[in-house]
Ligand binder design. Sequence first.
Ligand code: GLN
Length: 471
Amino acid sequence: MSELLELTAAQAAERVRAGEVSAGELFELYRERARGDELGAFLWVSDDDPPDTPPDAPLGGVPLAVKDLFCVKGVPSAAASRILEGYRPPYTATAVERLNAAGAPTLGKTNMDEFAMGSSNENSGFRPVLNPWDRERVPGGSSGGSAAAVAAGLAPWAIGTDTGGSIRQPASLCGIVGMKPTYGAVSRYGMIAFASSLDQCGPLTRDVTDAALLFRHMVGRDRCDSTSLEFPEEVRLPKAERLDGLRFGVPPELSGEGVEAGVREVLDRTVKLVEELGGVVEEVGLPHSPHGIAAYYVLAPAEASANLARYDGVRYGPRKGNGDLLSLYEETRAAGFGAEVKRRIMLGTYALSSGYYEAYYGRAQRVRTKIADDFRAAFERVDLILTPTSPTVAFKLGERTADPLAMYLSDYCTVPMPLAGVPAISIPGGLSDGLPVGIQLAGPAFSENRILDAAYALEQAIGFDGSGARV
Ligand code: GLN
């Protein structure tokens, strides 16, 4: 194995800048790795000539794996759905364009749950993804391809999207770092929409420094996304070694019932580490967060039912039917969407229908407001919130496919943050029975610098070794 594969993306970029390796060599090395993918992580790998990256480019020519729901000009971009098979967008998503421009060329498109609906990657319209720590287990979802690719060393770094946990949960199950930024911090332009008031793009990386580096080059207002905002400060590369003066709140609602013993142990160990590093840990309530899953599974499907109305066989992807308009719609959608996507469209359409709108959608919106209020109150007392990322380690393929509710509970700890619009990161906290356990840190809107600093200090203290997943 090339020793280049041992490097984080930031270290590889340093080597390129120092002239010790060329960006082209690095691209070729990872292209070969991605082509040899046995995990199902990639849906498409670039066969372009390695781009000519200027040696002083901030991202050093280090190639980037991109979740399949980002539009990339001329490249298959299907959000892992059969209904978009063959679609090659005429433009590139802003986040991808910014990262390409900063010197991270697109290596390939990664597998995912269809339209980002899922927690295990088993809902991909093409094939599932295997967890590199144990190939009988899921990598998490929906950004499972991005997480597995980074963990296995098939890509130096990746981007994904998080609507209810889709960056943080797969990062946790694959033993890597994943951050969901503040809503609006990164442009959603060119991201195939799932639930527009929740979707956010973010990094999946080997370590916290790589996450900060990628994040730094995708943030900021974009005139193509009216919900995007200028980030109020410069995104710094983290360097904190201590946590002195920082107050951490552990919400009992997200760390008690339903959390596996091995996960709880890692959380307890992390709390001790926080204290050793000078941080103060206290209990802080997020009383409405247990209702997050219920509210999310009304709001996200409602938005999805509207966003997915455009896939009607007229404008994108394969067309079915026997000539009349109704059969064109019906048969295209019947053949093109997978079972989970259909379930969400039905749930969402029902929740928005006249007579039920107030009882479901209106009520879920009020719960969402209460969850956001809980976070505001908590952040008056503490600087950061500390929870497990996922209540369990990676589960077996097929284990939860027959039971949508069990699958939905995978996101119990990650769903409240996007409902409140606040940022959160997952970092590897250790292993339980040989499988990675993620620890989540959340902070107020635009506190990414604080989150990254604290995550970095903890990362150094934890000293997690991810080499067990490298293939
Ligand atoms: N697993 C959650 C869902 O199925 C979250 C997905 C996501 O964040 N995109 O909706």
